[in-house]
Ligand binder design. Structure first.
Ligand code: GDP
Ligand code: ZN
Length: 488
């Protein structure tokens, strides 16, 4: 399947790596201290400090996004590599995938005891400096954890590995499979609605399985007719029924060894299917109820306090509240997101140019004609001379309709925002999943700041960072203290 570079899906460039550890933050603290407190300082020295500060800030913000995905860092006894399985408030549950066990001699990486720690679940906070450089940690991320206390199962997320993929609804990294779920009846399967969902899903570039639930409500004839119809679209649907358990084994088999998000309209049985699949797994019932896990480790009272603290500490500025999502381990390996994904395709990231590629039948027509191509590079397949994608496929009218919708949106964006370049527009997603476009404000890019202002803002940044880091330390310490108290 070709990988589209559009939509809610992004590739990250796994270029160089820079491991940010406490040392870096400490040097910041030092710099800001120098700049702030040594008042009768020569202008020359001050400028020099500012220059150093500036370089450090620049250096920090231009950090490569992440660790390369196959990088195997040298782990100390208190480090591990793991996968974020759940997030709640400031806490992340990380399942250990690789660690080093102290073997007395130090050095080396693969102690025999490794296996014992693989699968251990750690309660982690994220280094404040990662937040500062906007390196958001998502459920599904592969992370480097440091400062681990193996007895109390706590640690600090130090860095994130490159992502294969990233979806925003629900926010999960490294999703490698989307299960598009519809019902045959209640609500009745409808070709246009299904097409919109498939287009949205295809636009992520993530492989898709189409499953049709409530199939016990239809007769064999209807089932066969839909099967043939969908085959002509390029899909081999899995018919299932959560009610009668029909087809669930097939789905469980398809989901093995992958991280899957289920998407589809409301009422089709997404939550029922998630529950049915998780109850297959003895482990999921015990330890993978994300919220219960956090509550049992932290005590729900502490979590409540933590949420209140988040707002008040930061001078009333509300912090982004992450939607809770957990990854449930499946019996055949792999994970399933416990929260269904988009149930209203916005198609916001599909462009007039990328739309055709979200239809498997167009992809097939294009590849069947190779090496011949449409005469125009930017052919929209609307009957242009020399177009190899003829209009004799069932969903052509849908393609046409969607193209119209997207065209209108692009023209609107062009008028209101002055551009349709993706980088200049950002999409805000409200609680209800409604997306709104707004211009991305980049004051540093568009407005020239006076040197004095610029120097001041660097100092502010450094102070902020300083505060943040001590905040994390204080935050971390108080959490650890609380946990200590709880355990006594
Ligand atoms: P969601 O909105 O997609 O998460 O759908 P739900 O899981 O909440 O299910 C919606 C309704 O469909 C519920 O009343 C379920 O009991 C029902 N339902 C789920 N699966 C099936 C099925 O296979 N057959 C039938 N007849 N009803 C089902
Ligand atoms: Zn064409």
């Amino acid at each position: 399947m070709p990988i589209a570079s559009t939509s809610i899906f992004r590739y990250r460039n796994p270029s160089s790596l820079l491991l940010l550890r406490r040392g870096a933050a400490a040097s910041f603290r030092h710099l800001s201290f120098v700049a702030k407190h040594q008042n009768p300082i020569s202008r020359k020295a001050q400028n020099k400090n500012l220059l150093r500060a500036k370089q450090t800030v620049k250096h920090l913000s231009s950090l490569s996004p992440t660790l390369p995905v196959n990088h195997r860092p040298l782990l100390s006894a208190t480090d591990a590599v793991g996968m974020v399985a759940a997030a709640q408030a400031n806490f992340m549950r990380v399942i250990v995938e690789d660690s080093r066990v102290e073997d007395g001699g130090g050095g080396g990486g693969d102690g025999d005891g490794d296996a014992v720690r693989v699968g251990v679940e750690l309660l982690c906070v994220v280094r404040a400096v990662l937040k500062k450089i906007k390196r958001r940690v998502l459920v599904g991320d592969k992370v480097l954890v440091g400062s681990i206390d193996w007895v109390d199962r706590r640690g600090v997320i130090e860095n994130v590995f490159s992502r294969k993929s990233e979806i925003l609804d629900p926010p999960v990294a490294n999703v490698d499979h989307l299960l598009v779920l519809f019902a045959m009846e209640q609500p009745k399967l409808e070709a246009y609605s299904l097409t919109r969902f498939l287009v949205e899903a295809e636009s992520t570039g993530i492989p898709i399985t189409l499953a049709l639930n409530k199939s016990e409500l239809i007769d064999e004839e209807t089932r066969v007719a839909w099967k043939l119809r969908l085959r002509s679209w390029g899909y081999g649907p899995v018919f299932c029924s959560v009610e009668s358990k029909f087809g669930l084994d097939t789905l469980a088999f398809i989901l093995r060894e992958q991280t899957t998000v289920i998407v589809g309209p409301s009422g089709v049985g997404k939550s029922s299917l998630i529950n049915a699949l998780r109850s297959n797994h003895p482990l999921t019932n015990v330890s993978s109820e994300g919220n219960n896990w956090f509550d049992s480790i932290l005590g729900s009272k502490l979590l409540e306090e933590q949420r209140v603290g988040e707002v008040s500490i930061r001078s009333g500025r509300g912090k982004h509240t992450t939607r809770h999502v957990s990854l449930l381990p499946l019996s055949g390996g792999g994970y399933l997101a416990d929260t269904p994904g988009f149930n209203q395709p916005s198609l916001l990231k599909v462009t007039t140019q990328s739309l055709a590629q979200t239809f498997p039948e167009v992809r097939k027509l294009l590849s069947a004609n190779e090496p011949e191509k449409c005469s125009f590079n930017d052919c929209l397949h609307l009957g242009e001379p020399g177009c190899v994608v003829k209009g004799d496929w069932e969903r052509y009218p849908y393609y046409f309709q969607l193209l119209d919708e997207i065209k209108i949106r692009e023209e609107f964006q062009l008028r209101t925002l002055g551009t349709k370049r993706e980088g200049d527009v950002r999409y805000k997603t409200g609680d209800m999943g409604v997306k709104q476009a707004e211009p991305r404000l980049e004051p540093k890019k568009h407005r020239r700041q006076s040197r004095k202002r610029m120097n001041q803002s660097i100092l502010d940044e450094l102070d902020d960072l300083d505060d943040d880091d001590s905040l994390l330390d204080a935050e971390g310490d108080s959490i650890l203290k609380e946990i200590g108290n709880e355990n006594q």
